[in-house]
Ligand binder design. Structure first.
Ligand SMILES: Nc1nc2c(c(=O)[nH]1)N[C@H]1C(S)=C(S)[C@@H](COP(=O)(O)OP(=O)(O)OC[C@H]3O[C@@H](n4cnc5c(N)ncnc54)[C@H](O)[C@@H]3O)O[C@H]1N2
Ligand code: MOO
Ligand SMILES: [Mg+2]
Length: 419
């Protein structure tokens, strides 16, 4: 007699798993390797940027008061008493009707309060000395990048757990991080189960398929920011799988298995959880695909029993494993980000369970359109290739029509959300 499983709501399932979410440790890595990692600490400006008033143009640093009388018919003449390249500092005083040639990025001389662009200065020499005429009155503060205008000392620029994009890398360099504190990646074991599975390089045989889940999950873990370790594929033999799961558990922060969670004769994961003495959080979720996703816990360590069906496995990974990874990486926004889009095609199949349809999101005439990216069956693999969203269709009796507003989960987004 097959056991009767009680489906729980998706949000309830996520909550049950997240009760075991833990933040991980921090490690320091060279800045060159920081891109794509997650900040282990908040990034605070420990000095003003820029640190000094500087010129945004190549030109002349002047005292605005000397240009008061200047206009188109009445140029003022200023004497050029020196030159400052970026990186140098002009030490001397700048007196009445004097100016200093200055380059973009160079520190302003203390006595000057405006910069004349080179194009506006009519340069000439007299008695062996350089001068220029200026036909424009300068305002005090004109053409200056002021100290602290970019950011002020003490400003929090990014919170911990932030995904390090190239812009964050620029900030890290600005504040002198040769080594960057990043969240240590959780190690996540992957085990594929199924006697039908061929290795990726084996020729096809009758009744067999190649193991795609292991590599797909490997990539999904990397996208989420974790460190995957693939422990191999095992045929449906209870003892072998049990030993493998038990040994692997000791080596990883979390373990993902694919396949063997349903009610088939060779679906051994439920039995393995029993043998391990694991606490099964749930074994049925009111969702499609992935209704048989089973998650267990042993001494606080999570075992994700993802479905063998590729699309179900994929969805289970994004909904349940990803927020656990992101929390480990210190993010306070661990969930897949969401937005609303317009459904790009009819979806006529009503279902009592919530659906997560693999979809492709695109911009069209300023609107976001989400269209299913292939056949919507949980055993389908090709619909995953062009999926950049999961279209979330609440369960019920209704069909969904092209043009309706729908929630979409943004799979390639790195910002995440709080719920
Ligand atoms: N009587 C019932 N049968 C099924 C139920 C049910 O409730 N009652 N649930 C169905 C649902 S929903 C799903 S999803 C699948 C889940 O199956 P399992 O998680 O037990 O996975 P397997 O039986 O091992 O495999 C299912 C399917 O996926 C293929 N597979 C497995 N591993 C891989 C892999 N690494 N790469 C690619 N494809 C893989 C496997 O060949 C099967 O076709 O159960 C339904 N049945
Ligand atoms: O777990 Mo299944 O994917 O609902 O078809
Ligand atoms: Mg099965």
């Amino acid at each position: 007699m097959v056991e009767k499983r009680r489906p729980i709501k998706v949000n309830e399932a996520i909550k049950k798993v997240m009760a075991y979410a833990k933040t991980g440790q921090i490690e320091e890595i060279p800045i060159e390797q920081a891109y794509g990692r997650f900040l282990g600490e908040e990034l605070v400006a420990d000095h003003d940027v820029p640190m000094f008033d500087r010129s945004p143009y190549d030109g002349f640093a002047v005292r605005a008061e000397d240009t008061k009388e200047a206009n188109r018919n009445n140029p003022v003449t200023l004497e050029v008493i020196g030159e400052i390249g970026a990186g140098s500092v002009f030490e001397g005083p700048v007196g009445k009707k004097q100016a200093v040639r200055i380059m973009t990025g160079a520190q302003m001389p203390d006595d000057c309060d405006a910069v004349v662009m080179l194009e506006l200065a009519n340069e000439f020499e007299q008695g062996g000395k350089p001068y220029f005429d200026l036909k424009k009155q300068m305002k005090s503060g004109e053409n200056i990048s002021f100290q602290g205008e970019d950011t002020k000392k003490g400003t929090v620029l990014a919170s911990k757990g932030t995904y390090i994009n190239p812009g964050i890398v620029a900030l890290l360099a600005t504040f002198g991080y040769k080594y960057v504190p990043v969240s240590k990646k959780p190690t996540i074991g992957i085990i594929a189960t199924g006697s039908e599975l061929l290795q990726v390089d084996e020729p096809l045989q009758p009744g067999k398929i190649r193991n795609s889940n292991a590599y797909m999950v490997h990539a999904q873990i990397e996208r989420a920011g974790g460190h995957p370790i693939y422990f191999g594929q095992f045929s449906d033999e209870l003892e072998v799988c049990y030993e493998q799961v038990k040994n692997t558990l000791e080596k990883v922060d979390f373990l993902i298995t694919t396949g063997g969670v349903s009610v088939g004769d060779y679906d051994y994961l439920p039995e393995i959880y029993k043998m391990l003495g694991a606490n099964v959080l749930f074994n049925k979720i009111a969702m499609r695909p992935g209704s048989v996703t089973t998650i267990a816990e042993i001494n606080g360590k999570l075992l994700f029993g993802l479905s063998g069906n590729p699309s179900a496995c994929y969805v289970g990974m994004e909904l349940f494993v990803r927020p656990i990874i992101r929390t480990h990486l210190q993010s306070s926004r661990p969930y897949v980000n969401k937005t609303v889009a317009i459904l790009g095609a009819d979806f006529p199949k009503p279902n009592p369970f919530d659906r997560f349809v693999r979809g492709h999101l695109r911009y069209e005439n300023g609107q976001l359109i989400a269209t299913p990216s292939g056949l919507d069956k949980s055993n389908v693999v090709t619909s995953l290739a062009h999926a950049n969203v999961l279209i979330q269709l609440p369960g019920g009796t209704r069909a969904y029509e092209k043009g309706m507003g729908v929630d979409v989960l943004l799979l390639e987004d790195q910002e995440g959300t709080t719920s």
